[in-house]
Write a protein that binds this ligand. Structure first.
Ligand SMILES: [Zn+2]
Length: 92
């Protein structure tokens, strides 16, 4: 009879511990609302249409269609566009 009491007590303790762990995990998730999403958004990378390097979107120059790493490349326009209105002479 004592063994049965011990087993039911063990099950009860197990359930209580599991419930407490669930509460702790949920509390942590609430304390950090969308923290990971905000980090991902701030690291959104774009590609320079002229030289192809990647940079954070917040530092990029945007001409309405393409993104660039610098004002100079913004003026030169995209390198891979054959019908570019910017006729840039190759440096070599
Ligand atoms: Zn560039």
């Amino acid at each position: 009879m004592q063994a049965l009491l011990f087993i039911s007590l063990a099950i009860l303790v197990f359930l209580v511990v599991r419930m407490l762990l669930n509460i702790i995990v949920e509390a942590r998730a609430k304390n950090n609302p969308a923290g990971e999403n905000a980090q991902l958004e701030s690291q959104n990378m774009v590609r320079c249409a002229h030289c192809g390097i990647h940079l954070p979107q917040s530092e990029a120059y945007f001409d309405g269609r393409h993104t660039y790493c610098s004002e100079g490349h913004l003026r030169k326009g995209p390198k891979d566009a054959p019908n570019s209105s910017y006729n840039d002479v190759d440096e070599d």
